[in-house]
Design a protein around this ligand. Structure first.
Ligand code: SDX
Length: 426
């Protein structure tokens, strides 16, 4: 038996299955011909052991705590790059030359405004609507104002225009949701500002006074968005690829990704972490009670921000964010009791057999909310910030799937319901 073939034996028949080896020596059994040759399918609820695609976008090693975008480590990118450059890298596969990067920034800045009639749709939402539902609705509405996006197989220039429009408009739409929730006038983008600066001004600026850009906040948000930019086949990226596989428009594939990210088990966890820490704080800071609740199989409560499908060691993003949390709060002169509670919770959990046996460590969402809160973002906007960061990764995953001309995603199942039965005669 060769290194690149696996064998399946069933009822006296043996089937050879090719083994695919990735550039980081990951191995996968290719079962694309399994049903045709054996009549068997595989069953893997939640796809815990199933690869949906090959990909050149992001590599992560859950055991070693490695995360790289197009081969560059997140540590290097946080140190030397910017979110806009990382967006270009993820979407195009290579770091841009100086000229390419300038053109990319100009292309983005040309599309930061949103059609004024989208505001009329937006006006219909109640001020207290959850930002993620509003955001996904408004992104879907862009198909009505840019119908040329409806055919993703159209010329590549149109696809690039749709990508630029999405990256440019999401910060504008995200800031509207926040401004409306606090009764402030909506802000318009200012194209001479950088991507992060523009977003911060739309979020926290007022039309009646100058907005002073704080480089500490800009740098912290830039790094947080880099750390959220992609994460291979996570729930929302897989959703974007599935919707994209039907050849629906990129706008609705991204809107579907926003909706998948909203769930508290996925991107919604950053909001749930802060709500959990606030509950602990309100109950006197007793983390032991919450640790016991999380361990109780009868109690649905989970330690939000802990555990990960892939990372069975520290989430490398959590390490960087935790370090930044200390630095940002220190620079801002903020002493947030939730940070100390989070550190206490982490310490207790990492020394508790239940969490150690299950390899549950802090993930990207455990500390990010503490920085967002210190920067002035309300809790309900945290998952919107996750979506803002993840947008280039979703686009890169969608683009790769379209360029590979992958077939429509349509999983099989094992039926376990009623067998054939006649309709009862009256
Ligand atoms: C993100 O996939 C990605 O890459 C996602 C993401 C990205 O960048 O896109 O990294 C972003 O979504 C991070 C995860 C954010 N979610 C949370 O923090 C929510 C809390 N965590 C969990 O619900 C859970 O850990 C998941 C959803 C993240 C992972 O779930 P899995 O892989 O399906 O694992 P599981 O539910 O089968 O758990 C295995 C065991 C179970 O116990 P037993 O049945 O074996 O006794 O661990 C327990 C679980 O009950 N467990 C937890 C726990 N997480 C898992 N117990 C208490 N608290 C937790 N947080």
């Amino acid at each position: 038996m060769s290194e690149n073939t696996a064998q399946l034996t069933y009822q006296g028949n043996t089937y050879d299955l090719p083994v695919v080896k990735g550039s980081e020596d990951e191995l996968g059994v290719d079962i694309s011909k399994l049903r045709a040759t054996s009549g068997l399918i595989t069953l893997d609820v939640g796809f815990k052991n199933t690869g949906s695609t090959t990909s050149e976008v992001t590599f992560l090693d859950g055991e070693k705590g490695i995360l790289r975008y197009r081969g560059y480590s997140i540590e290097d990118l946080c140190e030397h790059s910017t979110f806009s450059e990382v967006a270009y890298l993820l979407i195009n596969g290579e770091l841009p030359t100086a000229q390419e990067f300038e053109q990319f920034k100009v292309d983005i800045s040309r599309h930061t405004l949103v059609h004024e009639n989208v505001r009329k749709i937006f006006d219909g939402f109640p001020a207290d609507a959850h930002p993620m539902g509003v955001l996904s609705s408004l992104v879907t509405s862009l198909t009505a104002f840019h119908p040329e996006s409806l055919d993703p197989n159209r010329d590549p220039k149109m696809v690039d225009l749709t990508i630029h429009r999405l990256i440019a408009k999401l910060p504008t739409l995200a800031s509207w949701v926040y401004k409306k929730s606090i009764g402030h006038p909506l802000m318009y983008p200012e194209n001479k500002l950088g991507y992060i600066e523009n977003f911060m001004k739309m979020m926290f600026g007022l039309p009646v006074e100058d907005y002073e850009i704080d480089p500490i906040l800009v740098d912290a948000l830039d790094k947080l968005l880099i750390l959220h930019a992609d994460h291979e086949q996570n729930c929302s990226a897989a959703t974007v690829r599935v919707v994209g596989s039907s050849q629906a428009s990129l706008y609705v594939a991204i809107a579907a990704g926003i909706n998948a990210l909203w769930g508290p088990l996925h991107g919604g966890a950053n909001q749930a972490v802060i709500e959990m820490l606030e509950d602990i704080h309100a109950s006197g800071g007793n983390v032991d009670k919450f640790i016991e609740k999380a361990k109780d199989p009868e109690d649905p409560f989970r330690l939000m921000g802990f555990g990960h499908r892939v990372y069975k060691n520290f989430d490398p993003r959590a390490k960087i964010i935790k370090k930044h949390a200390d630095a940002v709060l220190d620079k801002l002169g903020i002493n947030d009791p939730l940070l100390e509670i989070a550190k206490g919770l982490e310490e207790k959990a990492l020394n508790d057999e239940y969490f150690k046996a299950r390899k549950l460590y802090p993930n990207v969402d455990f500390y990010s909310g503490i920085i967002y809160k210190a920067m002035g973002f309300p809790t309900e906007m945290f998952t919107v910030l996750f979506a803002l960061g993840r947008l280039p990764g979703w686009i890169a995953q969608w683009k790769e799937s379209r360029n590979l001309n992958q077939p429509i995603s349509r999983p099989r199942q094992i039926y376990t319901g009623e067998v054939a039965r006649p309709y009862p005669t009256k």
